[in-house]
Design a protein around this ligand. Structure first.
Ligand SMILES: Cc1cc2nc3c(=O)[nH]c(=O)nc-3n(C[C@H](O)[C@H](O)[C@H](O)COP(=O)(O)OP(=O)(O)OC[C@H]3O[C@@H](n4cnc5c(N)ncnc54)[C@H](O)[C@@H]3O)c2cc1C
Length: 457
């Protein structure tokens, strides 16, 4: 059977796929969206949203434990994981309903089922063929593991960790990237003794070294253990626990091992190879207009090499819809995509790291670091951290890096500064409300513009 031809067929209804669908529908295109599980994909159901709900519950636990610091008598009686899951699931369900409503109001032809790319711009679902004038592949990603490390039982993926119905006494987290660090932070707040094992020399290794140092200092204070530059060699589990072995000969005992070593592209078994799609280690390379090697076939989201972030998927989805509608959108500058790690403290950045800026502009870049010790609101919140700016020689600010509780919210301004190629002198006259943490960004730009206000030394 063949469905009527749509302007656009989309395989996968996660962040990338549904953003393409909604924008295309807004532009008057007819859209068929194929999804085998739930509209919203990883981010809504197993990623961004549920993890941030856990992180918020963790913050509440910390506030209860630390009330005394603010003169408020509170104690943390305990964490009821049933209650935490109920809260988390309520948030997800509400957003899921909203998203389903949007799909309906955009009049998307929503096809439930597993799709196979059968060549051209056609996807087959349960024997029915859906052909588009264009096809967007948006099948997302899955939790990877390491060779010889079998998942299951006490050896968890992030999906398993999200539904764990108890607070582990001891946990080992394999991988010190965003997902590993966020779960380590949640569990430590809930009372777990956590050790992170990272093969690279530092936590959050994709960030500027400054951010890794700040985060490591904060984690030391929180008594979150971490071993960096150490390779994992194996794990064994039984009824009592899991034993993790490291290349150094050391072993770690825990109740659970979270494997957070990255996410692989979900591109196998969907007919991609057979249809002649070019792939590179499972990822789907595209040009800057998100075109694959096949005519009329685009790819968006986690299957495209680059930062695996929901808002990158949204933007790519919107881009492809506008491209197909003939609006000739501006290609996306991947360095302009903001990144946030929502641990306690948070790490947020946009633009280049110092190392990348030196590579691009040479040694004459300027950097300035503003310590949150000088920021009133951060002192009120009792958070420490800093804002680091990187400026091109005689040029704009090309990197902004922030560490501290709640600094994820400051990335909105930081990304405008980067993406609008602002000079410190452009930002310096802009007034930041007092007392807010946004002042830290303002102060750092004032200092780089040669007129520091609350800067020591
Ligand atoms: C624990 C965790 C926390 C995260 N936190 C954040 C965060 O805070 N901020 C952030 O920006 N990003 C975060 N991410 C990353 C974010 O979730 C992904 O970047 C985003 O979901 C990618 O969108 P996508 O559309 O490429 O893929 P997905 O969201 O994975 O969607 C792909 C969809 O395709 C469907 N599908 C696959 N194959 C088929 C098929 N053959 N037929 C039909 N349907 C199919 C799947 O069911 C799925 O719904 C997190 C991820 C994880 C795992």
């Amino acid at each position: 059977m063949t469905d009527a031809e749509a302007d656009l067929v989309i395989l996968g209804g996660g962040s990338g796929g549904y953003a393409a669908a909604f924008r295309a529908a807004e532009l008057g295109l007819s859209v068929t969206l194929v999804e085998k599980d739930k509209l919203g994909g990883t981010c809504l159901h197993r990623g961004c949203i549920p993890t941030k709900a856990l992180l918020h519950a963790a913050e509440v636990a910390d506030s209860a434990r630390d009330g005394e610091q603010f003169g408020v008598r509170t104690t943390l009686e305990g964490v009821d994981m049933d209650g935490v899951h109920k809260y988390k699931d309520t948030v997800v369900t509400r957003l899921y309903k909203g998203l389903q409503g949007l799909a309906k109001s955009h009049k998307i032809n929503y096809v439930e089922g597993t799709g196979t790319f059968v060549g051209g711009t056609t996807v087959e679902v349960d024997g029915t063929r859906h052909t588009g004038k264009n096809l967007v592949l948006a099948t997302g990603s899955y939790s990877k593991t390491l060779p010889g490390l079998e998942l299951g039982g006490r050896i968890l993926t992030s999906e398993d960790a999200l539904t764990l119905d108890f607070v582990p006494k001891k946990a080992v987290v394999l991988g010190g990237g965003v997902i590993g660090v966020e779960f380590a932070s949640v569990w430590a707040s809930f009372g777990t003794e956590v050790t992170i094992v990272e093969a690279l020399p530092r936590l959050v290794p994709a960030e500027d070294e400054f951010a890794s140092k700040q985060l490591e200092r904060a984690f030391r204070r929180r008594k979150i253990g971490f071993k960096t530059g150490v390779k994992f060699t194996g794990a064994k589990q039984d009824g009592d626990g899991v034993t993790v072995s490291l290349e150094s000969g050391e072993t770690l005992e825990a109740d659970v091992l979270l494997v957070a070593v990255g996410r692989g592209p979900n591109t196998a078994g969907h007919g991609y190879d057979e249809a002649g799609l070019s792939m590179d280690r499972g990822f789907v390379p595209t040009d800057e207009r998100l075109r694959t090697n096949l005519p009329g076939v685009y790819a968006v989201g986690d299957i495209v090499p680059g930062p695996q972030l929901a808002h990158r998927g949204f933007q790519q989805g919107v881009f492809v819809a506008e491209e197909i509608a003939g609006l000739a959108p501006q290609p996306i500058d991947e360095a302009g995509i903001p990144k946030v790690t929502y641990s306690h403290p948070e790490v947020a950045s946009v633009g280049l790291t110092e190392a990348q800026a030196k590579e691009k502009y040479g040694p004459d870049i300027t950097t300035f670091t503003y310590d949150l010790a000088g920021n009133g609101k951060s002192q009120i919140l009792k958070t420490s951290g800093a804002v680091k700016l990187i400026k091109a020689p005689d040029g704009p600010v090309v990197g902004l890096h922030l560490v501290g509780d709640r600094v994820g919210e400051l990335i909105g301004e930081a990304q405008l500064i980067y993406n609008w190629e602002a000079f410190p002198e452009d930002v310096a006259p802009l007034i930041h409300a007092h007392p807010t943490q946004t002042e830290a960004l303002g102060e750092a730009h004032l200092a780089l513009a040669g007129k520091p206000l609350h800067v020591h030394g």
